[in-house]
Design a protein around this ligand. Sequence first.
Ligand SMILES: [Zn+2]
Ligand SMILES: [Zn+2]
Length: 369
Amino acid sequence: MTQTAHRRPSNERPDVMQAVICHGPGDYRVERLPVPVPGPGEALLRVEAVGICASDVKCYQGAAKFWGDESRPAWAETEVVPGHEITGRVVAIDDAAAIRWGGREGQRVVVEQIVPCWACRYCANGDYHMCQVHNIYGFKRATPGGMQEYMTVPAGSLVHPISADIPPAHAAFAEPLSCSLHAVERAALTFSDVVVVAGCGPIGLGMIAGAVAKSPAEIVALDLDSRKLELAARTGATVTVDVGREDAVARVLDLTGGYGADVYFEATGHPSAVVQGLNLLRKLGRFVEYSVFKDEVSVDWSIISDDKELDVRGAHLGQNCWPAAIRLIEQGRLPLDDICTHQLPLADVARGLDLVASGQESVKVSLLP
Ligand SMILES: [Zn+2]
Ligand SMILES: [Zn+2]
């Protein structure tokens, strides 16, 4: 059994650990669970940090995307450990997993949020982020997430090494950053583009960092929070607009000789930002939607057709963008000391979710299990 041969002596690990369990919307409890035992081809991680995502908050609040409504079944499951923005140390790994991931014991890694089935038509085509089975860590019983002290990494996972010199909360930022970079790739930026990023939370700031790497003409950041706009400028936005004080559409038209922006990234999750984007794009512009919405959005779709012939592109997860996300973090290309505002113990999960929900004092909130 090579699998056991590569494990550390069991006396270095406790038998029980703390974990957060989702029992349903609004009902997340900190409980004690047995430390999981990895099976063949799997690894065991000592979780060092797990970021709290806006999607975790929407799941906690009971959004229809997760718990279903008249028109769709529930996707999330109860009795699951939440958390998909995961970094940790490998504490046990067998030969099969070590060969697949190039990993070893003691290594610091980040784990892609989706565990692809590798059998559906999307996985077969390399579009593993749209896997039909869609097991994302922290939402399904098949893939318990990172809000626990130890977690198993199933065989189908995508695991990447990341420098151990980086603070754990910064390493876990690879997950949202991979999503931002995928959105940037969806936009197919060119050097002459005037790019607008709506929402300077973790995803929007990552989009700015990704856009900077593609060198467009201008990167315009929109937000209501001057502190987030300051982070946007430090991340590389060339123009910042406080939409509470200034008319974003007028500012962008002014900046573009009356034409409008080439690309609009929507990363606020607010319906009004969708309308704003349609209004400030030029004809033939690209609208990239990343947000998960709590409420439905209604817009005049004739802007997309008759008025502007827009290209509307969705974006989900971070297909093939993890190596770039890790590189940007390791190169210090984002002001992560100030983006990662809160690191809390596991027991403070409710406070962490509230901090993300209000967004008033936090940008990125992480738990350190
Ligand atoms: Zn996330
Ligand atoms: Zn699949």
